[in-house]
Ligand binder design. Structure first.
Ligand SMILES: C[S@@+](CC[C@H](N)C(=O)[O-])C[C@H]1O[C@@H](n2cnc3c(N)ncnc32)[C@H](O)[C@@H]1O
Length: 180
């Protein structure tokens, strides 16, 4: 969405149990302004769903898979933000994150099950969205909104075959080339 990319890395995936959550990490990353998501190698079903939504509702947004998530962190050409309930409050570090992102790409890392300590050490920032346990989807949404300061809500989409016409009541979806 901006000059420097924001990538999201979803650490871990338990096929079956995590399918919806992994899919929702990807859909939230896409909807709220990230440029790409990297999923675990066995999250193929989630990848297919996220790509299908991108094909229908637009992009650009990329979905990748890796069997070496720690390598993705190690070799990322920018700064790394790890979302964890044990981290520094998002409201205190958001300014620093925005300053960093003005100059280089950001990788936002979210977990599934327990995250090993080397990820905490590899991160440039460990950030908490409150210090209460909740969800990687909720944490990611708040982080992206603080990072983009709401600009992501007004972004435009390319290559969609349809779009939603916002309505006070009811549902309206029209072909992307429609005047509405
Ligand atoms: C459901 S939690 C992991 C819970 C797991 N039982 C554990 O012990 O690690 C999954 C992910 O959600 C994110 N998360 C949960 N609470 C958070 C918070 N308060 N702030 C930021 N991220 C959070 C973290 O990325 C975490 O790895």
């Amino acid at each position: 969405m901006d000059e420097h990319e924001v990538a999201v890395l979803r650490l871990g995936h338990r096929p079956g149990r995590d399918n919806r959550m992994t899919t929702h990490v990807g859909l939230t990353a896409r909807a709220l302004g990230a440029d790409r998501v990297v999923l675990a190698g066995d999250a193929t079903q989630s990848r297919a769903t996220i790509e299908d939504i991108t094909d229908r509702f637009g992009g650009p947004f990329a979905v990748e898979q890796t069997d070496e998530p720690k390598r993705v962190v190690r070799e990322f050409p920018g700064r790394v933000v790890h979302l964890t309930m044990y981290g520094l409050p998002v409201q205190e570090v958001a300014g620093e994150l925005r300053d960093a992102h003005a100059n280089e790409p950001l990788l936002v890392v979210v977990g599934a099950e327990k995250v090993s300590f080397d990820v905490y050490e590899a991160a440039d920032w460990n950030v908490g969205v409150t210090n209460q346990p909740h969800s990687e989807v909720a944490g990611l949404a708040v982080l992206l909104d603080r990072l983009f300061e709401g600009r992501e809500l007004d972004r435009s989409w390319e290559g969609a075959d349809r779009h939603v016409v916002p309505m006070a009541t009811g549902k309206k979806v029209v072909p992307a080339d429609s005047e509405e």
